[in-house]
Design a protein around this ligand. Sequence first.
Ligand SMILES: C[S@@+](CC[C@H](N)C(=O)[O-])C[C@H]1O[C@@H](n2cnc3c(N)ncnc32)[C@H](O)[C@@H]1O
Length: 352
Amino acid sequence: MTFISHSQTRPVVVPLFSLRNVDTWNETRATLTKTILAAIFIFAMVLSYPRNSTASQPHVNRKYTSEQPVSKKPLTCPELPANDRWAIARHDGQTNFLFPLDTPITPTMLPPISRTNLIHVYPAALPVVLHSAEQQDGRSRPQYEFHKSSDPAGTGKFFLGREIAQYMSYHGAPWLVRPEREMEEQPDVMLDSLNIQPGQTIADIGAGVGYFSLRLADRVGSKGQVLAVDIQRRMLALLKTNMRKARVKNIRPILGSVKNPRLPTGKVDLVLMVDVYHEFTFPIEMILAIRQSLKPDGRIVFVEYRSEDPAVPIKRLHKMSEQQVRIEGNALGLKWQETIHYLPWQHVVIFH
Ligand SMILES: C[S@@+](CC[C@H](N)C(=O)[O-])C[C@H]1O[C@@H](n2cnc3c(N)ncnc32)[C@H](O)[C@@H]1O
């Protein structure tokens, strides 16, 4: 063992064992020796332990022979599903170890421990495993970005290329019940398309003053329930007034946080988000929490003003394209089911 001394003008290689004169060195060397012996012992135990054949492991393909060298680049293999991307960890003319790049690699996917595998395959597999982990990381955890905003309605916070809008204050509550809204948004036509059944539990996220919660309460009936979530106490106060006026009992107002709608786990049939998703300050955290609240066959519905249509008279950051909704939904682990296009100003993008 050597180290390079920088105290000289020219680097001088000094034997590390000359540090014997340092008091602690003997102790350090003894500990080091014990550790190495223990490692050799464990290594020997592992090698002597009998392992199963690799034939039962789906990720080890013995038949496939390729002239491709050890590589971390994706390769195509006629015997494997066309949509999967695989990487070869070793090729010795007879045996290839193929690792899927699009799913996280777990220890069980590695070839069994043997002398040959430890010496040849594991070191060759390491770059492949790291590459796969990087890909997984990049895909499964989308990030927020922060840039200077050029839009007065913007927050300077971006998610997958879209600037998040400032959320609408309770001062704007009268706009939510403007008489022309019926004509512009056709709320009952929209709800008809969602096939809501009596007895269901529906979450209305960003419920505002209850424009949709009240309609939903009527549709789910006395055996069903509407969970009306908003982050503004003043909005919920207006919602409660509207509930009293309409004598509605099956709406539960919930004060959510910007990261958590505080819904019960696994209880919700349908989550409705009308004109709100684009103003979530933390869309990642919100959608992950919303997913937890859904029943196994539950659905999440995004209703957004169409940014594809310049004739829709809504501020730029308060509109979203269908493509952007689908990109974000997909990145957050949702599966697109259907998009309804026939409303005058909005599209309804349904995921499950
Ligand atoms: C434009 S209003 C729409 C209200 C209602 N959906 C409607 O269509 O009448 C948006 C509402 O979403 C609420 N909001 C914004 N971010 C929220 C979040 N992370 N969780 C719950 N509500 C949120 C705002 O407080 C506001 O009341």
